[in-house]
Ligand binder design. Structure first.
Ligand code: HEM
Length: 254
Protein backbone atom coordinates (compact mmCIF):
# COMPACT_ATOMS: atom_id res chain seq x y z
CA UNK A 1 0.00 0.00 0.00
CA UNK A 2 1.29 3.45 -0.93
CA UNK A 3 1.17 5.67 2.23
CA UNK A 4 1.04 8.92 0.24
CA UNK A 5 -2.04 7.76 -1.69
CA UNK A 6 -3.81 6.80 1.53
CA UNK A 7 -2.96 10.14 3.17
CA UNK A 8 -4.20 12.06 0.13
CA UNK A 9 -7.38 10.02 0.04
CA UNK A 10 -8.08 10.64 3.73
CA UNK A 11 -7.42 14.38 3.36
CA UNK A 12 -9.57 14.66 0.24
CA UNK A 13 -12.52 12.70 1.62
CA UNK A 14 -12.46 14.45 5.02
CA UNK A 15 -12.31 17.88 3.36
CA UNK A 16 -15.16 16.97 0.99
CA UNK A 17 -17.29 15.74 3.90
CA UNK A 18 -16.58 18.96 5.83
CA UNK A 19 -17.46 21.22 2.89
CA UNK A 20 -20.60 19.38 1.83
CA UNK A 21 -21.74 18.58 5.37
CA UNK A 22 -21.47 22.26 6.34
CA UNK A 23 -23.55 23.30 3.34
CA UNK A 24 -26.26 20.73 4.10
CA UNK A 25 -26.41 21.69 7.78
CA UNK A 26 -26.67 25.39 6.87
CA UNK A 27 -29.36 24.83 4.27
CA UNK A 28 -31.59 22.51 6.27
CA UNK A 29 -30.94 23.51 9.91
CA UNK A 30 -29.23 26.88 10.44
CA UNK A 31 -30.95 29.05 7.82
CA UNK A 32 -34.51 27.79 8.50
CA UNK A 33 -33.96 28.30 12.25
CA UNK A 34 -32.61 31.83 11.72
CA UNK A 35 -35.52 32.61 9.39
CA UNK A 36 -37.98 31.44 12.07
CA UNK A 37 -36.41 33.70 14.70
CA UNK A 38 -36.06 36.60 12.25
CA UNK A 39 -34.87 40.20 12.78
CA UNK A 40 -31.79 41.00 14.83
CA UNK A 41 -31.51 37.45 16.21
CA UNK A 42 -31.26 36.04 12.68
CA UNK A 43 -28.55 38.56 11.80
CA UNK A 44 -26.60 37.58 14.94
CA UNK A 45 -26.85 33.88 14.08
CA UNK A 46 -25.57 34.50 10.53
CA UNK A 47 -22.72 36.69 11.79
CA UNK A 48 -21.70 34.10 14.43
CA UNK A 49 -21.86 31.19 11.99
CA UNK A 50 -19.92 33.17 9.40
CA UNK A 51 -17.11 34.04 11.84
CA UNK A 52 -16.77 30.50 13.18
CA UNK A 53 -17.24 28.58 9.91
CA UNK A 54 -15.00 30.69 7.62
CA UNK A 55 -11.68 29.03 8.69
CA UNK A 56 -13.21 25.59 8.05
CA UNK A 57 -14.27 26.59 4.56
CA UNK A 58 -10.82 27.99 3.77
CA UNK A 59 -9.16 24.85 5.22
CA UNK A 60 -11.43 22.49 3.26
CA UNK A 61 -10.84 24.35 -0.03
CA UNK A 62 -7.07 24.34 0.50
CA UNK A 63 -7.01 20.60 1.30
CA UNK A 64 -9.30 19.72 -1.61
CA UNK A 65 -7.14 21.66 -4.07
CA UNK A 66 -3.82 20.34 -2.73
CA UNK A 67 -4.85 16.69 -2.39
CA UNK A 68 -6.94 16.73 -5.60
CA UNK A 69 -4.20 18.17 -7.81
CA UNK A 70 -1.56 15.83 -6.33
CA UNK A 71 -3.90 12.88 -6.84
CA UNK A 72 -4.42 13.85 -10.45
CA UNK A 73 -0.71 14.22 -11.18
CA UNK A 74 0.07 10.88 -9.48
CA UNK A 75 -2.67 9.18 -11.47
CA UNK A 76 -1.30 10.52 -14.78
CA UNK A 77 2.20 9.35 -13.81
CA UNK A 78 0.95 5.89 -12.83
CA UNK A 79 -0.83 5.42 -16.14
CA UNK A 80 2.12 6.72 -18.18
CA UNK A 81 4.60 4.55 -16.29
CA UNK A 82 2.94 1.26 -17.28
CA UNK A 83 1.52 1.44 -20.83
CA UNK A 84 1.63 -2.38 -20.97
CA UNK A 85 -1.06 -2.39 -18.26
CA UNK A 86 -3.12 0.65 -19.15
CA UNK A 87 -2.75 0.80 -22.93
CA UNK A 88 -1.43 3.75 -24.96
CA UNK A 89 -4.27 6.23 -24.28
CA UNK A 90 -6.23 5.07 -21.23
CA UNK A 91 -6.94 8.62 -20.02
CA UNK A 92 -8.37 9.70 -23.38
CA UNK A 93 -10.28 6.51 -24.11
CA UNK A 94 -12.02 6.34 -20.74
CA UNK A 95 -12.79 10.07 -20.65
CA UNK A 96 -10.82 10.47 -17.39
CA UNK A 97 -9.28 13.78 -18.48
CA UNK A 98 -12.66 15.15 -19.60
CA UNK A 99 -14.34 14.09 -16.36
CA UNK A 100 -11.55 15.74 -14.39
CA UNK A 101 -12.01 18.97 -16.40
CA UNK A 102 -15.76 19.07 -15.70
CA UNK A 103 -15.20 18.26 -12.03
CA UNK A 104 -12.55 20.95 -11.68
CA UNK A 105 -14.82 23.59 -13.24
CA UNK A 106 -17.74 22.65 -10.97
CA UNK A 107 -15.42 22.65 -7.94
CA UNK A 108 -14.30 26.21 -8.72
CA UNK A 109 -17.96 27.36 -8.83
CA UNK A 110 -18.65 25.54 -5.53
CA UNK A 111 -15.60 27.18 -3.91
CA UNK A 112 -16.72 30.62 -5.07
CA UNK A 113 -20.30 30.21 -3.84
CA UNK A 114 -19.25 28.56 -0.56
CA UNK A 115 -16.82 31.42 0.13
CA UNK A 116 -19.46 34.01 -0.75
CA UNK A 117 -21.95 32.40 1.63
CA UNK A 118 -19.58 32.92 4.57
CA UNK A 119 -17.95 36.09 3.22
CA UNK A 120 -18.48 39.76 4.02
CA UNK A 121 -17.46 41.49 0.78
CA UNK A 122 -19.93 43.71 -1.07
CA UNK A 123 -19.13 41.84 -4.29
CA UNK A 124 -20.67 38.61 -2.99
CA UNK A 125 -23.63 40.18 -1.14
CA UNK A 126 -25.96 38.93 -3.90
CA UNK A 127 -25.20 35.35 -2.75
CA UNK A 128 -26.16 36.10 0.87
CA UNK A 129 -29.27 38.01 -0.22
CA UNK A 130 -30.69 34.71 -1.47
CA UNK A 131 -28.95 32.34 0.93
CA UNK A 132 -31.35 29.43 0.66
CA UNK A 133 -31.34 29.33 -3.14
CA UNK A 134 -27.56 29.58 -3.48
CA UNK A 135 -27.06 27.01 -0.74
CA UNK A 136 -29.30 24.62 -2.70
CA UNK A 137 -27.39 25.32 -5.94
CA UNK A 138 -24.03 24.77 -4.21
CA UNK A 139 -25.21 21.50 -2.63
CA UNK A 140 -26.49 20.31 -6.03
CA UNK A 141 -23.13 21.06 -7.65
CA UNK A 142 -21.30 19.37 -4.74
CA UNK A 143 -23.36 16.22 -5.18
CA UNK A 144 -22.62 16.26 -8.93
CA UNK A 145 -18.90 16.50 -8.10
CA UNK A 146 -19.10 13.47 -5.78
CA UNK A 147 -20.91 11.48 -8.51
CA UNK A 148 -18.26 12.42 -11.10
CA UNK A 149 -15.47 11.55 -8.63
CA UNK A 150 -16.99 8.14 -7.92
CA UNK A 151 -17.22 7.55 -11.65
CA UNK A 152 -13.56 8.56 -12.15
CA UNK A 153 -12.48 6.20 -9.41
CA UNK A 154 -14.57 3.38 -10.78
CA UNK A 155 -12.80 3.74 -14.13
CA UNK A 156 -9.59 2.34 -12.66
CA UNK A 157 -10.64 0.36 -9.62
CA UNK A 158 -13.90 -1.18 -10.83
CA UNK A 159 -16.72 -1.92 -8.41
CA UNK A 160 -14.59 -3.75 -5.84
CA UNK A 161 -13.10 -5.51 -8.81
CA UNK A 162 -9.94 -5.42 -10.88
CA UNK A 163 -9.37 -3.07 -13.79
CA UNK A 164 -9.56 -4.91 -17.08
CA UNK A 165 -5.88 -4.59 -18.07
CA UNK A 166 -4.84 -6.09 -14.77
CA UNK A 167 -7.32 -8.95 -14.98
CA UNK A 168 -6.03 -9.66 -18.47
CA UNK A 169 -2.46 -9.52 -17.23
CA UNK A 170 -3.18 -11.87 -14.33
CA UNK A 171 -4.90 -14.32 -16.67
CA UNK A 172 -2.07 -14.49 -19.20
CA UNK A 173 0.48 -14.49 -16.37
CA UNK A 174 -1.06 -17.62 -14.87
CA UNK A 175 -1.51 -19.21 -18.30
CA UNK A 176 2.19 -18.67 -18.98
CA UNK A 177 3.10 -20.28 -15.68
CA UNK A 178 0.87 -23.26 -16.40
CA UNK A 179 2.34 -23.61 -19.91
CA UNK A 180 5.84 -23.48 -18.47
CA UNK A 181 5.03 -26.03 -15.79
CA UNK A 182 3.45 -28.28 -18.40
CA UNK A 183 6.80 -28.39 -20.22
CA UNK A 184 6.97 -25.40 -22.61
CA UNK A 185 9.83 -25.15 -25.07
CA UNK A 186 11.93 -22.98 -22.76
CA UNK A 187 12.91 -20.95 -25.80
CA UNK A 188 13.06 -17.29 -24.72
CA UNK A 189 11.75 -16.31 -28.18
CA UNK A 190 8.45 -17.94 -27.23
CA UNK A 191 7.96 -15.12 -24.78
CA UNK A 192 8.16 -12.46 -27.47
CA UNK A 193 4.68 -13.12 -28.89
CA UNK A 194 1.98 -10.60 -27.89
CA UNK A 195 -0.40 -12.12 -25.35
CA UNK A 196 -2.97 -9.51 -24.48
CA UNK A 197 -0.54 -6.87 -25.71
CA UNK A 198 2.31 -7.55 -23.26
CA UNK A 199 5.53 -9.53 -23.40
CA UNK A 200 5.61 -12.52 -21.05
CA UNK A 201 7.95 -12.11 -18.09
CA UNK A 202 7.94 -15.75 -17.08
CA UNK A 203 11.42 -17.17 -17.00
CA UNK A 204 12.16 -20.45 -18.85
CA UNK A 205 11.89 -23.60 -16.68
CA UNK A 206 15.01 -24.60 -14.70
CA UNK A 207 17.34 -27.20 -16.25
CA UNK A 208 16.82 -29.46 -13.24
CA UNK A 209 13.19 -29.85 -12.08
CA UNK A 210 12.73 -28.19 -8.68
CA UNK A 211 12.31 -30.80 -5.98
CA UNK A 212 10.37 -29.86 -2.90
CA UNK A 213 10.29 -26.63 -0.92
CA UNK A 214 14.09 -26.53 -0.57
CA UNK A 215 14.51 -25.79 -4.30
CA UNK A 216 16.49 -22.57 -4.76
CA UNK A 217 14.09 -19.67 -5.39
CA UNK A 218 14.75 -17.31 -8.30
CA UNK A 219 12.94 -14.00 -8.41
CA UNK A 220 10.55 -12.70 -11.01
CA UNK A 221 8.54 -9.52 -11.45
CA UNK A 222 4.86 -8.94 -10.75
CA UNK A 223 2.82 -6.40 -12.79
CA UNK A 224 3.75 -3.59 -10.40
CA UNK A 225 7.42 -4.37 -10.67
CA UNK A 226 7.84 -6.07 -7.29
CA UNK A 227 9.81 -9.25 -6.97
CA UNK A 228 8.24 -12.56 -6.01
CA UNK A 229 9.83 -15.89 -5.19
CA UNK A 230 9.83 -18.39 -8.00
CA UNK A 231 9.30 -21.15 -5.45
CA UNK A 232 5.72 -19.91 -5.32
CA UNK A 233 5.25 -21.29 -8.85
CA UNK A 234 5.50 -24.87 -7.67
CA UNK A 235 2.43 -24.43 -5.47
CA UNK A 236 -1.05 -25.31 -6.75
CA UNK A 237 -2.62 -22.45 -8.76
CA UNK A 238 -5.09 -21.53 -5.99
CA UNK A 239 -2.28 -21.29 -3.40
CA UNK A 240 -0.06 -19.09 -5.50
CA UNK A 241 0.46 -15.53 -4.45
CA UNK A 242 -1.42 -13.29 -6.85
CA UNK A 243 0.38 -10.24 -8.32
CA UNK A 244 -0.56 -6.86 -6.91
CA UNK A 245 -2.75 -4.65 -9.08
CA UNK A 246 -1.99 -0.96 -9.80
CA UNK A 247 -4.89 -0.08 -7.43
CA UNK A 248 -3.10 -1.89 -4.62
CA UNK A 249 -5.41 -4.96 -4.58
CA UNK A 250 -4.44 -8.52 -5.34
CA UNK A 251 -5.10 -9.96 -8.75
CA UNK A 252 -7.38 -12.99 -8.56
CA UNK A 253 -5.74 -16.25 -9.45
CA UNK A 254 -7.56 -17.86 -12.42
C1 HEM B 1 -16.23 20.35 -3.62
C2 HEM B 1 -15.08 19.86 -4.01
C3 HEM B 1 -14.75 18.41 -4.14
C4 HEM B 1 -15.42 17.30 -3.70
C5 HEM B 1 -16.75 17.23 -2.96
C6 HEM B 1 -14.62 16.16 -4.09
C7 HEM B 1 -14.94 14.85 -3.81
C8 HEM B 1 -14.19 13.76 -4.17
C9 HEM B 1 -14.48 12.39 -3.81
C10 HEM B 1 -15.66 11.94 -2.95
C11 HEM B 1 -13.52 11.61 -4.38
C12 HEM B 1 -13.41 10.09 -4.31
C13 HEM B 1 -12.40 9.80 -3.23
C14 HEM B 1 -12.04 8.34 -3.13
O1 HEM B 1 -12.92 7.49 -3.30
O2 HEM B 1 -10.88 8.07 -2.86
C15 HEM B 1 -12.61 12.47 -5.09
C16 HEM B 1 -11.52 12.03 -5.81
C17 HEM B 1 -10.71 12.86 -6.53
N1 HEM B 1 -10.74 14.24 -6.57
FE1 HEM B 1 -12.09 15.43 -5.65
N2 HEM B 1 -13.49 16.58 -4.76
C18 HEM B 1 -13.55 17.96 -4.81
C19 HEM B 1 -12.61 18.80 -5.35
C20 HEM B 1 -11.54 18.39 -6.09
C21 HEM B 1 -10.58 19.26 -6.72
C22 HEM B 1 -10.60 20.79 -6.62
C23 HEM B 1 -9.69 18.47 -7.37
C24 HEM B 1 -8.49 18.83 -8.20
C25 HEM B 1 -7.91 19.96 -8.21
C26 HEM B 1 -10.07 17.09 -7.17
C27 HEM B 1 -9.43 15.98 -7.69
C28 HEM B 1 -9.74 14.68 -7.40
C29 HEM B 1 -9.04 13.53 -7.94
C30 HEM B 1 -7.87 13.54 -8.92
C31 HEM B 1 -9.65 12.39 -7.39
C32 HEM B 1 -9.25 10.94 -7.66
C33 HEM B 1 -10.23 10.36 -8.63
C34 HEM B 1 -9.83 8.91 -8.90
O3 HEM B 1 -9.95 8.07 -8.01
O4 HEM B 1 -9.39 8.65 -10.01
N3 HEM B 1 -11.19 17.08 -6.37
N4 HEM B 1 -13.04 13.76 -4.95
Amino acid sequence: MDPLSVLLRWAHILAAITALGGLLFSRFAVVPTADELGGETADKIHAGVRRRWLPWVIGAITLLLASGLTNYILMIRRVKAAPELWGPDWMGQTGYHALFGIKFLLAMIVFYLASGLVGRGAGTQWIRNARKQWLSVTIGLGVAIVLISGWMRNLHTGANDLPDPVRQYAKTYLEDIEATNAGGSGDPDDDAGPRGGRPSRVAPPPAEPASGPAASPASEETPDGQETEEADRSAPAEDRQAPETPGGGKAAAG
